[in-house]
Design a protein around this ligand. Structure first.
Ligand code: PEP
Ligand code: MN
Length: 350
């Protein structure tokens, strides 16, 4: 529920409200605006008696139930946008971010080369999986910690922050030692033990939508991360399962404006896994940006035909450069801050 304090409420009255919120088993979430202070009490749905109790406390103007089940992810408690800062740019608040790199880290040479041209073309984050969740147990599973070390080396060489997937709760501590952003993949989007663990990691989390997940369920997964006290979370639409078979998944473009209306969290698009084919990646990326995404995570490989996973959908260097040029032309027309996506000559990331 949302407890709205009177304009002239005192510091002591605020403290008393917070104490009562905690005493009754709720988590307080304070947002002090210029006009009024709101105290969110996050937890189980309140009874009429509980609401009456808070209404009667000194300094309280009104008590309103939060109607959505995703209390922390929703906009009722948090009407403004969440903005996440990185050394190379910003996600949310009118800035657009591009994370790019191979599906999996395969060798030192491969990831260093990808990092070089991602940065040279204006990418702001390097992606690459060291732990790969594969449908087949016989397929390439990733290089594990060696892959993490290579990612760290690529970050040191280029200044690009690194996003990489963590596939189980036991790996969170290790992956967090190397990665700037912990990715939770579509297949783990409702792995609640993993969501809690990344919520405690202190790292930015990038959460993919599960392939058969409704948007409300997606936000409930986000809620698991936020409820652990980690507010830095990015949501990614990466395509859902439908009856259509011409693409690997169906990019749910509508999910982007719907999520933007429901949540304050940044929403990114992943055109690569939705498409499954490299020829479709650029149009889907542009569609995601046009639909209001705050960023993009895209797969690119120096030699896509030799990739050990997702070979058909990875862009090569030239195709990635085309994507970045088209984005640079589109984003200003969409009202994004231009300065966050400057195509550089490799000497500066702006
Ligand atoms: C990936 O990013 O390589 C990946 C496995 O993505 P998803 O979880 O969306 O399938
Ligand atoms: Mn992949």
């Amino acid at each position: 529920m949302l407890i709205v304090l009177r304009r002239n409420a005192t510091e002591e009255q605020l403290e008393h409200v917070i104490k009562e919120v905690e005493r009754l088993g709720y988590r307080p979430h304070i947002s002090a605006g210029e006009e009024v202070t709101l105290v969110g009490a996050v937890g189980r749905p309140p009874t009429t008696e509980t609401m009456e109790h808070f209404r009667a406390l000194p300094g309280v103007a009104e008590v309103i139930p939060i109607s959505k089940p995703y209390k922390l992810a929703g906009r009722e408690l948090h009407p403004g946008e969440t903005v996440i800062d990185f050394p190379t740019g910003q996600s949310g608040g009118g800035a657009f971010m591009v994370a790019a790199g191979p599906c999996g880290v395969e060798s030192r040479g491969q990831i260093m080369e990808a990092a070089r041209y991602v940065r040279q073309n204006g990418g702001q984050m390097l992606r690459g999986g060291a732990y790969k969740p594969r449908t087949s147990p016989y397929a390439f599973q990733g290089l594990g910690e060696k892959g993490l070390e290579m990612l760290a080396e690529a970050r040191a060489a280029t200044g690009l922050p690194v996003v990489t997937e963590v596939t189980s709760p036991e790996l969170v501590e290790l992956v967090a030692q190397y990665a700037d952003v912990l990715q939770v993949g579509a297949r783990n989007a409702q792995n609640f033990a993993l969501l809690k663990e990344v919520g405690q990691s202190g790292r930015v989390v990038l959460l993919k939508r599960g392939m058969s997940m409704r948007l409300e369920e997606f936000l409930m997964s986000a809620e698991y991360v936020l409820a652990e006290g980690n507010p830095r979370l990015i949501l990614v639409e990466r395509g859902i399962r439908t009856f259509e078979q011409s693409t690997r998944f169906t990019l749910d473009v509508a999910a982007i404006p719907v999520l933007k209306a429901w949540t304050h969290l940044p929403v990114w698009v992943d055109p690569s896994h939705a498409a499954g084919k490299r020829s479709l990646v650029v149009p889907l990326a542009l569609a995601g940006a046009a639909a209001g995404a705050d960023g993009l995570i895209v797969e690119t490989h120096p030699k896509p035909e030799e990739a050990l996973s997702d070979a058909a959908q990875q862009l090569d260097e030239q195709q990635f450069a085309v994507l970045m040029r088209r984005l640079a032309a589109l984003l200003p027309a969409l009202g994004f801050k231009q300065s966050t996506l400057t195509v550089t000559d490799g000497s500066a990331v702006s």
